[in-house]
Structures are given as structure tokens and as C-alpha cells.
Write a protein that binds this ligand. Structure first.
Ligand code: PMP
Ligand code: GLN
Length: 381
């Protein structure tokens, strides 16, 4: 067995979902919507399953999906992208991340990452023999530690990994924060893997700016999107990368040996989805924001200290008002067993010594289910 990977347990998402199932608990842990995305997209996929294509699509992805990704980049971010050399389709953002790390890193390269972290980053980076340099943002304000970031970069830095909107914090990096990061990246001649799977889940007056749109960043960034998130079809595992040709060439080398290509009928359907009118995207964000507000109000009412969520599927809450004697993982187990509602411990997104009294609730659920979860918690606390 590989000594790096065997050091990791089962992911927290799988563990919490299994626990919720076992105890018949409302699962506000793992992030997935309880209503499938647009019927029109699913119908196109179903039709294409019968009529084809059903054989290997091209390595880079179906042309119609790559063209749609390029148009999406132009429509939302005014990025001019060549679909032939700068777009690639992957098996979800998870494969995209793996391809970027495998394609761009050598053993000994340093990678700057900002905790809290999505759990697939570090195992792959370590497996390659690259060296993670972690800095952290912390609740309640998730402020960027600028001095520590300056120290984390060195002449060995090859990559920065940036997740904005950020899971689980709900932080959407501001233009000023992005400019600060861009300056460091340029100064150290590094590249950036931009995990932007929540690009269309940004609330209130916040705005998502891909780092790629900042001066000097166009050719240094690999920007990753996920149809699972944008169209509420998380099980489909369709992701896409946008990157300049010299980066893409290296990243595609990894993809050709990892999966080579991705399910064609689903690609065809997502191509149609990306071209949906602005109304789709507006309604999607507005609906999710309303669910965020419903859950935030309810949890506040129950007695949690609810933090601001600027984007993503997630709300972070502080459970210290309850005087609970234990850490975040224990609290998650406790409310699953006692109240029948499941959350994810925020500390699981940190390597060690992370915050102990915060948990993450997922709000991409129907209002009736969110209300039921709030009722259960209210009865218990
Ligand atoms: N990055 C982040 C920050 C995520 O939250 C997720 C969601 N699971 C992923 C990547 C993976 O996305 P996908 O399901 O498209 O592989
Ligand atoms: N991204 C989702 C979350 O953070 C779940 C991903 C997964 O289950 N691997 O909950």
C-alpha cells in the first residue's frame, strides 16, 4: 500500500453521510442538493444515451461542451478562450484537481494552500512528493493572513491553490485579496490552481472574480468548474478546466492517463445547460440564497452563533453558546444521535489544531427539509 494514502482515513463526507443514514438523521453534512437539476438537461442526456454518442469522446472532451465552456467564460468573465487548446473536460472537479497537480508538479516543488481545505488536495500533492505550505483563515472572520502568505511563498513555490468561493467557510475572496495573491504569484513566478466549483453560488452583493481575470494572471491560472455544482447534478461528475495552452498541455498529459475521457451523453447535456439564459443562473443563485437565509434564521433562533456565508452550499455555526463539553466531531455525532440532524466538523478541513467549536451545515436542500431540521434542533436544545 502507498504510505501516503494509507495514512488517510475515509473522507469526512462519506463518514458523516453513513452516520446520518444509520441513525435516520437529516443529512446537512455532505454537500449535495436534494432536488436534481433541470429536467431539460437530464432529458438531453437520456436521449443521447439512446442515440449516442456512446463511444470514447475525444481526450479533451466533446467539442460542443468545450465550445460551451469557452462561451461561458466569455459571457460571465469576459475571458477570451480558445476552446481547442484551452478547455478540457474531466470527471468532476476532483479529477481536474488531480490532473493539475500531476501535470504541473515535480517532487520537491512547494505548493501554497489556504486552510480550511477541500480534502482531495493534500493527499495527491503529497503523493507526488511536492511539499505543501499551509496558511490558514479562521472563523469567525476568515481574514487573509497576508504576512504569513508572504512567508509561505519562496523560490521553490510552483503553485498556489485557491478555492473561492471557499468550502467550508463560504468566503468569497475580494478583488483586493486576489490582487494581493496575484502579486505574490507573479513575484515568485508561480502558477495557480483555481478551484471555482461554487462560481455561481455567490450571494448578496458579493461578486466572484476568477483570479484568471486579474492583470498578469491569464496565463498562470488553471480555472476549474463543476457542472455538478452549477446544475445540481453532483453525481454526474462532469468538470472542466480552462487554462492557457502551455499549462493545458501538461495537465492534459495527466488526464490522458487518469481517465482519458468522460461520459459522452452527460457532456452533451451539460453543453446545453451552460448556454441556458441568464434567468437560469439568477434563479439558481436566488433560490439557494433563500435556503441559506431560511437555515441561518432557524439556526440563530435555536441558539447557534451563525457566521456570514457569502457563497457555496454551506453555513458555518459556532456551537459554544450551548456550553457543549467536547470538540466539533463529538458535537456532530451528538446532534446526529440526539437531535437527528447531521453536520460536518469544521476542524476536519484543517490538518491539525483547527477550530474546535464550529460545524458546517449544508443548505442546498428543500425548505421543508430545512424546516424539519430546525424543528428537530429546536426541540432538542
Ligand atoms: N472542490 C471543492 C471545494 C468542492 O467542494 C468540491 C465538491 N465536492 C469539489 C472540488 C469536487 O467537485 P466534483 O464533484 O465536481 O468533483
Ligand atoms: N464537496 C462536497 C462537500 O464538501 C462533497 C464532496 C464529496 O463528498 N467528496 O460536502
Amino acid at each position: 500500500v502507498n504510505e501516503i494514502l494509507s495514512g488517510y482515513g475515509t473522507t469526512i463526507f462519506e463518514v458523516t453521510s453513513a452516520l446520518a443514514l444509520k441513525h435516520n438523521s437529516i443529512n446537512l453534512g455532505q454537500g449535495f442538493p436534494d432536488v436534481d437539476g433541470p429536467e431539460e438537461i437530464r432529458q438531453i442526456a437520456a436521449d443521447a444515451l439512446m442515440t449516442g454518442p456512446n463511444q470514447y469522446p475525444p481526450l479533451m472532451g466533446l467539442p460542443e461542451l468545450r465550445q460551451a465552456v469557452a462561451r461561458h467564460n466569455k459571457r460571465f468573465y469576459d475571458l477570451d478562450v480558445d476552446w481547442q487548446t484551452e478547455v478540457m473536460v474531466t470527471a468532476g472537479a476532483t479529477e481536474a484537481l488531480c490532473d493539475c497537480f500531476m501535470g504541473l508538479l515535480n517532487p520537491g516543488d512547494e505548493v501554497v494552500l489556504i486552510e480550511p481545505l477541500y480534502d482531495s488536495y493534500l493527499p495527491i500533492i503529497r503523493h507526488i512528493g511536492a511539499i505543501p505550505k499551509l496558511v490558514r483563515v479562521e472563523p469567525p472572520h476568515w481574514e487573509l493572513p497576508r504576512e504569513e502568505l508572504e512567508k509561505a511563498f519562496s523560490d521553490k513555490t510552483k503553485l498556489l491553490v485557491l478555492n473561492s468561493p471557499m468550502n467550508p467557510s463560504g468566503k468569497v475572496f475580494t478583488k483586493d485579496e486576489l490582487s494581493f495573491l496575484a502579486a505574490l504569484v507573479e513575484k515568485h513566478d508561480a502558477y495557480v490552481v483555481c478551484d471555482e466549483v461554487y462560481e455561481h453560488l455567490v450571494f448578496d452583493d458579493h461578486q466572484h472574480h476568477p483570479l484568471m481575470t486579474l492583470p498578469g494572471m491569464r496565463d498562470r491560472c488553471a480555472r476549474i468548474g463543476s457542472a455538478g455544482k452549477t446544475f445540481s447534478l453532483t453525481g454526474w461528475k462532469i468538470g472542466y478546466i480552462t487554462a492557457s495552452p502551455h499549462l493545458m498541455k501538461a495537465i492534459a498529459k495527466a488526464h490522458q492517463f487518469v481517465t482519458f475521457t468522460v461520459v459522452p451523453n452527460l457532456q452533451k447535456a451539460i453543453a446545453a445547460g451552460l448556454d441556458f439564459p441568464d434567468d437560469y443562473y439568477r434563479d439558481f443563485t436566488a433560490g439557494m440564497q433563500a435556503q441559506r437565509d431560511l437555515l441561518a434564521t432557524g439556526l440563530r433562533d435555536v441558539g447557534f452563533n451563525v457566521l456570514d456565508s457569502q457563497g457555496t452550499y454551506f453555513l458555518t455555526v459556532d456551537f459554544s453558546p450551548f456550553g457543549f463539553d467536547g470538540d466539533d466531531a463529538e458535537f456532530c455525532r451528538y446532534i446526529t444521535l440526539k437531535a437527528g440532524v447531521t453536520a460536518v466538523p469544521t476542524g476536519a478541513f484543517y490538518q491539525e489544531g483547527g477550530p474546535r467549536n464550529f460545524v458546517r451545515f449544508c443548505f442546498c436542500k428543500q425548505p421543508s427539509l430545512l424546516n424539519e431540521a430546525i424543528d428537530r434542533l429546536r426541540k432538542f436544545f
